[in-house]
Design a protein around this ligand. Structure first.
Ligand code: F6P
Length: 328
C-alpha cells in the first residue's frame, strides 16, 4: 500500500493488558486526527476484528483516558485468530469497514498474529510493545513496565515493614512468565537479599548461603524476590526448601500477581506510550509495515517484526552485579 492510500487505521490492544495502553490508543487516535486520517477502535483484540466489534474514534473519544489503567478497548488472547477461518472473518471485517492498516498494541504473541495475517492478506501493520514484562526485543522499555516496577517496589516496601517487625524471611513472587526484568529491577529497587530470575542459573545452595550470610552480617529479616518464570522452582517450593534447610526461620510467601498489571500509568509510561503511538501512525503513513516502533537510547526506532519476535532482550550483567554487591 502506497503512502497516500492509507486513509483509515484500525487500532487494537491484545494479550495481557498493561498500564499505558490507553495512553497509546489516545496517541494513535490523536495522531490520526492530526494527519487527517480516520481511526477505528477494535474491541477485545483480534476477537473484535473477527466479530466486527468496531467503533469510530476521534480526538474527543479518547479524552480522560491518558491516566487510566487497563485498556478501554479491552484485550484478549484470541484463540480464533490462530485459525485460518478466524483470520478470514477478520479480513472480511477489514474490507467491509475499509480499514487500510492496523496498529497492534501488545506483546510478541500479538505481533506473530499480525505477521501471519499480513502474509495471508497483505494488511500493513505496525506493532507497539505493550507488556509489563519488558521482554520484547527492539525497545529499551515496553509500555507498562515502569508502572509495574513502581507498583512492585511499593508492595515490597510494605512487606519489608512487616518482615522486619517479625524477623521474618519473605519470598515474594513478581510477574514475568519468561523474563526476570521486573524481578531484577524491583529487587534492586527494594533492597532484596536475593533475586531469582530465569535468565540466571540459580541453585538452592547459593540461596541458602546468601541467607546465611545475611544472618551472620546481623540482618534479622530478608526479602527474596522470585520471578514467576524462575526455573529452580516456584515461590512456594523455594520457601519450603528453605524452611527444611533452616527450620528456625519464620518464612512467609506473597504472590503480587495481577496487582502489578493495574493502576494509573507512571509518567514514564505515559510519555513512552504517547511517543510510540504517534510514531506508529507516522510510520504507516510513510509506507512502513511489519515493524515495531520502539525506543532505544531515547530515540524512536523501528525494528522488523521478525526480529522483535525471534530475538530476546538480554538481562544486563551489570545489574546482576549491582544486586550482588548490595546484598550484604
Ligand atoms: O505477559 C504479561 C503477564 O502479566 C505475565 O507476566 C504473566 O505471566 C501473564 O501475563 C499472566 O497472564 P494472565 O493474565 O492471562 O493470567
Amino acid at each position: 500500500m502506497s503512502k497516500s492510500s492509507i486513509k483509515t487505521i484500525g487500532v487494537l490492544t491484545s494479550g495481557g493488558d498493561a498500564p499505558g495502553m490507553n495512553t497509546a490508543i489516545r496517541a494513535v487516535v490523536r495522531a490520526c486526527s492530526y494527519y487527517n486520517l480516520n481511526s477505528i477502535g477494535i474491541r477485545e483484540g483480534y476477537d473484535g476484528l473477527i466479530n466486527n466489534q468496531l467503533s469510530k474514534l476521534d480526538a474527543r473519544s479518547v479524552k480522560y483516558i491518558i491516566n487510566r489503567g487497563g485498556t478501554f478497548l479491552k484485550s484478549a488472547r484470541s484463540d480464533e485468530f490462530r485459525t485460518k477461518e478466524g483470520r478470514m472473518k477478520a479480513y472480511q471485517t477489514i474490507q467491509e469497514n475499509e480499514i487500510d492498516a492496523l496498529i497492534i498494541i501488545g506483546g510478541d504473541g500479538s505481533f506473530r498474529g499480525a505477521s501471519v495475517f499480513y502474509e495471508e492478506y497483505g494488511i500493513p501493520f505496525i506493532g507497539i510493545p505493550g507488556t509489563i514484562d519488558n521482554d520484547i526485543f527492539g525497545t529499551d522499555y515496553t509500555i507498562g513496565y515502569d508502572t509495574a516496577l513502581n507498583t512492585a517496589i511499593e508492595a515490597i516496601d510494605r512487606i519489608r515493614d512487616t518482615a522486619t517487625s517479625h524477623n521474618r524471611v519473605f519470598f515474594i513472587e513478581v510477574m514475568g512468565r519468561d523474563a526476570g526484568f521486573i524481578a531484577l529491577n524491583s529487587g534492586i529497587g527494594s533492597g532484596a537479599q536475593d533475586i531469582l530470575i530465569p535468565e540466571v542459573k540459580d541453585s538452592l545452595e547459593e540461596l541458602f548461603s546468601s541467607l546465611e550470610k545475611s544472618e551472620i552480617s546481623g540482618k534479622n529479616s530478608s526479602v527474596v524476590v522470585v520471578a514467576e518464570g524462575e526455573e529452580l522452582g516456584n515461590v512456594y517450593e523455594l520457601a519450603n526448601a528453605t524452611k527444611e534447610h533452616f527450620p528456625d526461620y519464620d518464612i512467609r510467601v506473597t504472590v503480587l500477581g495481577h496487582i502489578q498489571r493495574g493502576g494509573s500509568p507512571s509518567c514514564m509510561d505515559r510519555v513512552l506510550a504517547s511517543r510510540l503511538g504517534i510514531a506508529a501512525v507516522e510510520g504507516l503513513t510513510e509506507g512502513k509495515t511489519n515493524v515495531m516502533a520502539g525506543l532505544q537510547s531515547n530515540k524512536i526506532v523501528f525494528t522488523s517484526i521478525e526480529e522483535a519476535i525471534k530475538k530476546h532482550n538480554e538481562i544486563d550483567k551489570e545489574l546482576i552485579k549491582v544486586a550482588e554487591i548490595l546484598a550484604r
